[in-house]
Design a protein around this ligand. Structure first.
Ligand SMILES: C[S@@+](CC[C@H](N)C(=O)[O-])C[C@H]1O[C@@H](n2cnc3c(N)ncnc32)[C@H](O)[C@@H]1O
Length: 262
């Protein structure tokens, strides 16, 4: 993700509640690791202005798409007891069920996730072709990964792997995130910001997006996202609380899904 490599000290010290964070930081000494460790710290810190997480009910089988190193799964775990010595590094429990599955296209991030957690199950795969069976999951979450994929294909795949009555929670990029590219203050950043802006507008109007040099990125309007979800058969679509630079939406499948594979 193009970030400078930080030392363990610069990454921050573990808190009294989460001594296992120190070991997480030690294992995250690469640019990709830095990014995911930074997000893990935010995810574990409810006081952070950037903190927002899905609510994961105990007993649910959950898939995180674009999971990175599993930071959202680790932080949202309903069984987590902050501490050390457990199946996940910032946790002291060894008796929790296997409930969390993560998929990402980045093998380096997944390797870090496997080092942080012996409980989550990480797989290499893409959001538009999920390596899971039909109706496997009770809840599918995706925190800022869908802005990089074809939304209609990803939502169709999510619908396929969710059981009837299952829920989806996604965090997206609203329009204002294009200014992150703009702030790079070089012509490449400005061109890319222009592409992201136009692609998001195209998505808003047509629900489709296009790639630029094999890379896809766009901003998501709430109304276009609602239309994609409705088209795929989701109901009870709701805007969830989150920081202003994120658009979080939840929805559910009806108990009986017309056309669902049985
Ligand atoms: C901004 S990071 C978010 C990571 C993590 N969900 C979080 O909230 O910190 C976006 C993630 O999406 C992943 N990603 C990008 N394209 C993907 C695709 N087609 N399928 C699955 N994951 C993808 C990236 O590798 C990266 O880990």
């Amino acid at each position: 993700m193009g970030l400078p490599e930080l030392t363990v000290e610069e990454m921050g010290v573990p808190t009294a509640d989460n001594p296992g964070l120190k070991r997480c930081a030690e294992l995250a000494r690469t640019p990709v690791g830095n990014y995911h460790y930074g997000e893990l710290k935010i995810a574990l810190d409810p006081a952070s202005p950037s903190h927002y997480l899905p609510v994961v009910p105990a007993g649910a089988k959950v898939l995180d798409i674009g999971c990175g190193a599993g930071q959202t799964l680790i932080a949202a775990c309903p069984y987590r007891v902050p501490g050390e010595g457990g199946l996940c590094l910032p946790c002291s429990r060894n008796d929790c069920p296997e409930w969390g599955y993560g998929v990402d296209i980045d093998e380096e991030a997944l390797a870090l996730g496997r080092a942080w957690s012996r409980r989550m199950v990480f797989s290499l795969g893409s959001a538009d072709r999920l390596p899971y069976n039909d109706q496997e999951f009770d809840l599918v979450i995706s925190r800022v990964a869908l802005p990089y994929v074809d939304m209609q294909r990803a939502i169709a795949e999510i619908r396929r792997v969710l059981r009837p009555g299952g829920r989806i929670w996604i965090a997206l990029h609203p329009f204002r995130t294009i200014f992150l590219h703009w702030r790079q203050r070089n012509w490449k950043g400005w061109c890319f910001a222009g592409y992201v802006a136009l692609n998001g507008l195209f998505f808003h109007l047509t629900l489709r997006t296009f790639c630029l040099l094999y890379r896809r990125e766009y901003w998501q309007s709430e109304s276009a996202t609602r239309r994609v979800l409705t088209k795929a058969g989701f109901v009870n679509i709701q805007r969830e609380p989150g920081p202003p630079n994120r658009l979080s939406i939840s929805a559910e499948l009806p108990e009986s899904v017309p056309g669902a594979v049985r």
